[in-house]
Design a protein around this ligand. Sequence first.
Ligand code: ZN
Length: 133
Amino acid sequence: MEKLEHIGIAVKNLDESNRVFARLLGRAHYKIEEVAGEAVRTSFFEVSGVKIELLEATAPTSAIARFIEKRGEGIHHLAFEVSDIKASIQAFSEKGFSMINTEPKAGADNKLIAFMHPKSAQGVLVELCQEKR
Ligand code: ZN
């Protein structure tokens, strides 16, 4: 892993949560982006080089909607930057980590992403991400 790239937080209402986080962090979000493939609307804040990604479901079938139904709002995933996502997926699989995505897919913020199953990381959903080049 290169660095902690962002922390993903599942929220029910993005606009309301943007206001709460702006008051908490002392700065506004710097962008909002919809990822149709994941059925989410996201917003981004940055604190000392680490991003906070708020995620709101845009459909009841969204993974974020299902997460909130089961566990309520809160931290959803930790995303680590990798330099070569395909190589990382393969390397982690070979080390016995269970990858939810064995192929990279398009995420927000110009990233290729792949999720690792929380059972592989003590209940934490881990996202690998790589800047699209
Ligand atoms: Zn993420």
